[in-house]
Ligand binder design. Structure first.
Ligand SMILES: [Zn+2]
Length: 254
């Protein structure tokens, strides 16, 4: 035969289910846009870093062009010096021109070396730029598609929240005052990791905070003979937990 508090405990379990769904949806509504905004700001940061790479690459390419121009100039002077050399007969002039040709060859080596070094750096920077661009494109497409999903889901979540709030408003006045007070204590307990007014028992253990509860309370709660609260998390004992549910519950820190 059901005890005098059976119905009150059943109503609290109904309220608990509504409250838990409401809290989850409210959290989703609050955190999803923040998460999307954070991802967009990460992309903006990545774009700035990408622009810096592009700027460095352009600067290296411009330096490479300068060196190539210098190299062309040196090559022109080498050609002219060699031509002049063929027409010279005076030993001093020949020696001076040969010195000039030697200097030009050194300068040419330096320019070629500088160009090679720049080409290597340009290669590295081009690779970095390509992978930065690819990462940004992928992140943009992923955040856009998640945003579209969220835009579609937002009104659904909002409507469900409104429906839950109405259901809670209608249910609450039907719950006996003492039961409601007991529920509130557990729900508002700041030591709990989350708002929840009802817990279940597994043996003599609270499934949410793993505190051991007097066996008499456990039995009275199961039979509806009394409204008791867990000694640890202060939540109302709502009866025995189904075996599988108990395994899935994560622990509260109390
Ligand atoms: Zn507990």
């Amino acid at each position: 035969m059901p005890g005098p508090h059976t119905e009150a405990i059943a109503l609290l379990r109904d309220l608990d289910a509504l409250d838990q769904e409401l809290l989850a949806l409210q959290a989703e509504l609050a955190t999803t846009p923040v998460g999307l905004a954070e991802r967009r700001s990460d992309i903006a940061g990545a774009s700035l870093a990408r622009d810096a790479i592009a700027e460095k690459l352009a600067e290296h390419q411009s330096r490479q062009r300068d060196h190539e121009r210098d190299l062309e100039g040196i090559e022109g002077r080498q050609k002219r010096a060699n031509k002049r050399l063929e027409a010279l007969f005076v030993a001093e002039q020949i020696a001076a021109t040969e010195r000039e040709i030697g200097q030009l060859a050194e300068q040419r080596d330096e320019e070629e070396f500088a160009i090679l070094e720049l080409m290597e750096q340009i290669d590295v920077l081009s690779g970095q730029l390509a992978s930065a661009n690819q990462a940004i494109t992928e992140a943009e497409s992923s955040v856009s598609s998640d945003q579209a999903v969220w835009d579609g889901r937002t009104p659904v979540v909002q409507a469900r929240i409104a429906a839950l709030q109405t259901a809670i408003e209608q249910l609450t006045p039907t719950i006996p005052h003492e039961a409601m007070k007991a529920y509130r204590i557990g729900y508002d307990n700041r030591n709990n990791r989350r708002h929840q007014g009802v817990t279940l028992t597994e043996g003599v253990m609270c499934i949410l905070c793993r505190t051991e509860i007097p066996a008499r309370w456990v039995n009275e709660s199961r039979n509806g003979d009394g409204i008791h609260r867990c000694l640890g998390c202060k939540r109302v004992l709502g009866g025995a937990a189904p075996k599988s549910e108990a395994d899935e519950e994560d622990l509260d820190e109390t």
